[in-house]
Structure formats: C-alpha cells, structure tokens
Design a binder for this molecule. Structure first.
Ligand SMILES: NC(=O)c1ccc[n+]([C@@H]2O[C@H](COP(=O)([O-])OP(=O)(O)OC[C@H]3O[C@@H](n4cnc5c(N)ncnc54)[C@H](O)[C@@H]3O)[C@@H](O)[C@H]2O)c1
Length: 167
C-alpha cells in the first residue's frame, strides 16, 4: 500500500505527511489567491485556481500572473529551481467547477474575502464536495485521499510562515 493509498479516514495526517508534488486548489483568485498560485507553482506543485466570479475574474488573475508576477520573478532572477516562466505558468490552471477542481487535490486553501459567514459557507461546501468525492472512484487517487485533503484546508493568514517550506 503506497503513502497515497493509506486509510486516513480515522486519523488526521501528521506533520510531514503532505506530499511534495500534486495538485493544490486555491479558492478565490484575488490578491492572495493569485500570489499563492505563483508560490505553489514555483515550489513545483500543480495549481488550480477557482473563483465564484468564474471566467472574468479567472482570466484577469491569469493575465496578472503571466504579465506581472512571473515577469517580475524572471526579471529579478527569482523563478527558483523548479523551472522557467513557461514551466510555472503551465502548472497553473483555472476551473469554474469547484468539485472538478477538488478532485485528487492534495491541498486546499481558501482566499475569499474576510467575512466569517462567507468563509464558513466555503468550508461547508468544500467539506461536502470532498466527502462526495471520497465516496466515488472519480479520478486516479480519489476516495480516502480526498477526505485527507480536507484536513489541509487552511486560512491564508495562518499559513504565511509556511511559505518557505514549499520553496
Ligand atoms: N490582500 C492582502 O494583503 C491580505 C493579506 C493577508 C491576508 N489576507 C486575507 O486573504 C483573504 C483574501 O483576501 P484578498 O485580498 O485576496 O481578497 P480579494 O477580494 O482580492 O479576492 C477574493 C476573491 O475571492 C472570490 N470569492 C468570493 N467569494 C467566493 C466563493 N464563495 N468562492 C470562491 N471565490 C470567492 C472573489 O471573487 C475574489 O476574486 C482574506 O481573508 C484576507 O483577509 C489578505
């Protein structure tokens, strides 16, 4: 049984359990979401950006990432060791369907506006969808791993200090 197949339904993952490759889902593609997208891509992860405003917002986010953020990293020789501007850009995609985005995710992070009710609703929705995915065979690594991902849902402010860990 591989690390990804283990039964995590009864225990939360321990520190160090997080895989070093895989798909990261960012919910909200505003100031914070798009910056984290670049950071995770720079760290070698595949990234899916999801936003409630769907196409218009996501297009703007990708334009900003491509024409501003990645360009700046390249200009200051800060792309890191995991590839070129194109490599990083290729790792970032968008989705207008949250359930599809969450399928086979190894990590989920929300970056929606600072509103408790809104954040609670997002967590509830992610909880529901991860549970549904955990009950299906959709995707290669579905089932228990989806449930596992639930325990890695974090709020951006709590996560700032961890940025060095994914570089
Ligand atoms: N901007 C900062 O400097 C900063 C710094 C630290 C922490 N934060 C925190 O990060 C979070 C996000 O802040 P931001 O500045 O990126 O906000 P933002 O307004 O720039 O972006 C929020 C995005 O979330 C999207 N959104 C709203 N509801 C959604 C939903 N239900 N599902 C999916 N997407 C949804 C919006 O369409 C928008 O694109 C907030 O909690 C904020 O307090 C922000």
């Amino acid at each position: 049984m591989s690390k990804h197949d283990k039964d995590t339904s009864t225990s939360k993952p321990k520190a160090g359990d997080v895989p070093l490759t895989g798909k990261v889902v960012l919910i909200g593609s505003g100031v914070i979401g798009r910056n984290w997208a670049v950071l995770f891509a720079r760290g070698g992860f595949d990234v899916v950006l999801y936003d409630i405003k769907k196409n218009e917002q996501l297009e703007e986010a990708m334009k900003d990432i491509k024409e501003s953020k990645l360009r700046l990293l390249e200009q200051y020789n800060m792309l890191g060791k995991n590839g070129s501007t194109k490599d990083l850009l290729d790792r970032i995609s968008v989705s207008t369907n949250l359930k599809d985005a969450l399928c086979n995710a190894i990590f989920v992070q929300e970056g929606v506006p600072e509103n408790v009710t809104l954040k609670q609703n997002v967590f509830e929705e992610v909880d529901k969808l991860l549970y549904e995915l955990s009950q299906t065979k959709k995707g290669d690594m579905a089932t228990k791993q989806q449930w596992n991902a639930l325990y890695r849902v974090l709020l951006p402010p709590l996560f700032h200090r961890s940025s060095a860990a994914i570089e």
